[in-house]
Design a protein around this ligand. Structure first.
Ligand SMILES: Cc1cc2nc3c(=O)[nH]c(=O)nc-3n(C[C@H](O)[C@H](O)[C@H](O)COP(=O)(O)OP(=O)(O)OC[C@H]3O[C@@H](n4cnc5c(N)ncnc54)[C@H](O)[C@@H]3O)c2cc1C
Length: 411
């Protein structure tokens, strides 16, 4: 470390990761496992705080990522989802064993951070990355502000896991998220929930309260719940309050309960950004919009990309070859793994967004009448939804449904 003057400190590292969210820690872990010297800059004083997400993820996704989480991280295991239309037609999909789980996001983020630290990753808290250091069009490090100093961290590579704000990308005039397809999310915790099935999430498809996404109620085993919604217009807290007081099911579930915590955070539904590799930099997670456009779930997709990014970064450092050509392998690999699914989900999101509440009523009631849940049970994978859809298309019920929706959409 070299002190240049009172305010500028130069530090060298193989890889600097921006953000100690799940994708930052996971990519750091993978790169460090391959021998790279990695440091993460995180603007907050801890990982996973404030938690801004429900933490509802698939068990298959965790398995695919080879993540065996300690029991204390799980808040619930989920066997079914009940979808409600605007007029409260119901469409339940029930499985015989748990398919998804709810994790405590603070503990989840800290678990991934600890795993990274175990293999030598250094975490610098209270360090806000304010800009990228660029030389001859290549990213060569970051500038970081603490309460007292400005530091320059030089590195062979930067992994940008700064999340949905993508401030650094915007500041460097690099392609960033599609703001047209970004909704305002709200995540709230309530101290009790009435009459809900404890292993069931409830999803409310409604343009009235949650245009652009949906509203949800996710119970915890201890009788509390996480509720929230995404909306493309209006203040999300106003939308949530309206949803609780006007939707009869939500009103019943939340009668007598109190909101104990509220967090706002955008959700990017526009699909991955056009360029996730620049000279000297890889972009992962929410910063790259590795988020399912259908549901807004970004943990499994983000970690899938982070795993690839960390490995490509680690190998590049090992081979002393972090040039753009080598780094492009990251983009090729994540696209191979989930590019098709992301494209399909983006089309589905646009399709759903074009539906009126009346059309969503038809969709849900037809799904129920056609017993589409029987076909959906065969889909198994709820993350890679494009591939699941292709597998489902051979089911006669799904064909009937598709035809019905296509025809009623056209006419
Ligand atoms: C209301 C809501 C509910 C959600 N529910 C779910 C769900 O149930 N399931 C699911 O899969 N996904 C869900 N998501 C999405 C999920 O939260 C994200 O996809 C996930 O957190 C992405 O992880 P990340 O590491 O890319 O970004 P983040 O988790 O946002 O982490 C980014 C980190 O970078 C830090 N940072 C940012 N800028 C800087 C900077 N300049 N310098 C230093 N540090 C910086 C931040 O402090 C943060 O720690 C939800 C999102 C919202 C808004």
């Amino acid at each position: 470390m070299k002190v240049e003057n009172a305010n500028v400190i130069l530090v060298n590292s193989d890889t600097v990761v921006v953000g100690a969210g799940p994708t930052g820690s996971f990519s750091a872990l993978q790169a460090a496992k391959l021998g790279a010297e990695v440091c993460i800059c995180e603007e907050h004083t801890e990982s996973g705080t404030p938690p801004h997400c429900t933490g509802h993820i698939s068990l298959a996704g965790l398995k695919q990522l080879e993540l065996k989480l300690p029991k204390k991280i799980f808040e619930n295991e989920i066997k079914s989802a009940i979808f409600y239309s605007p007029s409260n037609y119901e469409f339940p999909v029930r499985f015989s064993t748990p398919v998804t789980c709810v994790v405590n996001r603070t503990l989840f983020d800290q678990y991934l951070r600890d795993k990274a630290v175990e293999v030598g990753v250094k975490i610098l808290y209270n360090r806000r990355v304010t800009s990228l250091l660029v030389k001859r069009n290549a990213v060569i490090g970051v500038e970081v502000k603490t309460s007292k100093t400005t530091e320059k961290l030089r590195s062979k590579l930067v992994i940008n896991a700064e999340g949905v704000s993508s401030t650094l990308l915007k500041r460097a005039n690099l392609p960033s998220l599609n703001s047209q397809m970004t909704v305002n999310g709200i995540e709230a915790e309530v101290d009790r929930i009435n009459d809900s099935e404890i292993d069931s999430v409830e999803v409310f498809l409604t343009r009235r309260f949650a245009p652009g996404l949906y509203a949800w109620i996710v119970p915890r085993k201890d009788g509390t719940a996480k509720i929230g919604l995404g909306t493309e217009r209006g203040h999300p807290l106003k939308c949530l309050r309206k949803f609780i007081s006007h939707n009869p099911i939500a009103r019943q579930r939340l009668k007598g309960s109190h909101i104990t915590q509220v967090v706002y955070h955008p959700i990017s539904l526009g699909g991955p950004i056009s360029q996730t590799v620049h000279k000297g930099m890889l972009i992962v997670g929410d910063a790259a919009s590795h988020v399912k456009p259908t549901t807004g779930g970004g943990i499994i997709m983000g970690l899938t990309a982070a795993k690839i990014a960390g490995k490509v970064a680690g190998l590049a450092i090992q081979e002393k070859n972090p040039d753009a050509q080598h780094l492009l392998l990251y983009e090729r690999l994540w696209k191979k793994k989930m590019g098709f699914d992301m494209t399909m989900m983006k089309h589905l999101r646009k399709f759903l967004n074009s539906f009126s509440d009346r059309k969503i009523d038809q969709l849900i009631s037809m799904s129920s009448q056609l017993k589409l849940d029987e076909s959906l049970k065969g889909a198994k994978d709820i993350d890679f939804q494009g591939s699941s859809l292709i597998r489902l298309i051979k089911h006669p019920r799904v064909i009937a449904m598709g035809l019905y929706m296509a025809l009623t959409h056209v006419f």
